[in-house]
Design a protein around this ligand. Structure first.
Ligand code: G3H
Ligand code: 13P
Ligand code: ZN
Length: 344
């Protein structure tokens, strides 16, 4: 199966009422676990690489890793996506390395920490969209700044995200502005801010509407029924993984993520892409910890990584089932980038 664009994949998801998880990848083991789960679930998938992942693996090696994964799992439709691009050049070089989709996150300025205004965000996203679409590649934009409605703080857990205290206006995407943004930029998918944030510490209690504003998604979907919506920071931070990590020497403080049923509610209102990284990081480290603590003499990476991959695969499989992605791989016939270029 050739790679597919985000636009083709999310159009298919919208037509059939499901969403696609975008799982972050930075090494071979993560790729094997994600694609192994996709194969078993007969699901298409979005592999997302952040700027951090690109510099960790190196662009050349990452590109070859993706080639190898696509070849090894020919039955899985794969969209290769840049997560949180910060400028035109980052998006352009991702395309040169075979990405079929890029996120231009203009909600923050190029430094990745300073909230940007509408004019900046619109202009940089519009320019990236023009360039990417000419190459057949899809674009995700973001309006509103990710961060906590409990504390008013942006998230800095992954080294990017707003550092200053944010107002509720910044933390919640404005539906009227979203309508304008999609029209002004031509993006294929729009990431919404409504109280989710990256990392394990999203909420201090099980979230309700006061701190996880799903109503914002519903209102945006009412105004933009044909726009594919994206939920970032959508790990559920499963309690069982917290427990495994903590019982094998870890120290995860009590915390809540985004409940799967809230994501399912979003899927009923136009959410087509769901970003998950933290859950897989937790699954991988839970497995590794378990092996190393239970077998203190073990030092073969294949032994402990395999256990991490197993837990990660189970998690991905469960999300494919919960989001309705399972079973849809066969219905997708890849459209070449050259042909996509004429379709946007
Ligand atoms: O966007 C957030 C993802 O969790 C990627 O994190 O920048 O540490 O790779 P990262
Ligand atoms: P989590 O930290 O909730 O997994 O979010 C990942 C994400 O949004 C990547 O862009
Ligand atoms: Zn994100």
């Amino acid at each position: 199966m050739a790679r597919i664009t985000l636009r083709q994949l999310l159009d298919h998801a919208a037509e059939h009422g499901y969403a696609v998880p975008a799982f972050n990848i930075s090494n071979m083991e993560m790729g094997l676990a994600i694609l192994g789960a996709a194969r078993e679930a007969h699901a298409p998938v979005i592999l997302a690489a952040s700027r951090g992942a690109r510099s960790y693996a190196g662009d050349k090696l990452l590109a070859r890793l993706i080639d190898g994964l696509v070849e090894t799992f020919p039955e899985v439709p794969v969209c290769m996506h840049l997560d949180h691009g910060n400028n035109l050049a980052t998006c352009a070089t991702a395309i040169q390395h075979g990405f079929t989709s890029v996120m231009m996150d203009g909600s923050l300025k190029e430094d990745g920490t300073t909230p940007a205004d509408y004019a900046y965000n619109m202009e940089i996203t519009r320019r990236v969209t023009e360039m990417a679409h000419a190459c057949g590649v899809s674009v995700e934009g973001e309006l509103g700044v990710l961060g906590s409605l409990e504390t008013g703080m942006g998230d800095q857990e992954d080294g990017h995200g707003a550092t200053e205290r944010l107002s509720e206006d910044q933390l919640l995407t404005d539906p009227a502005e979203a309508e304008r943004f999609v029209k002004d930029t031509g993006v294929d998918a729009l990431a919404i801010a409504m109280g989710t944030s990256h990392g394990a510490y999203k909420f201090t209690r099980k979230p309700d509407g006061a701190i996880l504003a799903m109503n914002v998604i519903e209102e945006i979907n009412r105004r933009l029924p044909n726009t594919h919506l994206v939920m970032h920071g959508s790990s559920s931070v499963p309690e069982d993984l917290q427990q495994v990590i903590n019982s094998y020497g870890g120290d995860i403080r009590p915390t809540w993520g985004v409940p799967v049923e809230e994501i399912q509610r979003g899927i009923r209102s136009g959410v087509r892409k769901v970003n998950i990284d933290t859950d897989n990081r937790m699954a991988m480290s839970a497995g590794v910890r378990r092996v190393l603590v239970e077998n203190t003499g073990e030092f073969d990476p294949r032994k402990y990584l395999k256990e991490g991959m197993g837990l990660m695969k189970d998690l991905c499989r469960a999300r494919f089932e919960a989001f309705g992605t399972a079973g849809h791989a066969d219905g997708i016939v890849p459209v070449a980038l050259e042909a996509m270029a004429g379709r946007y």
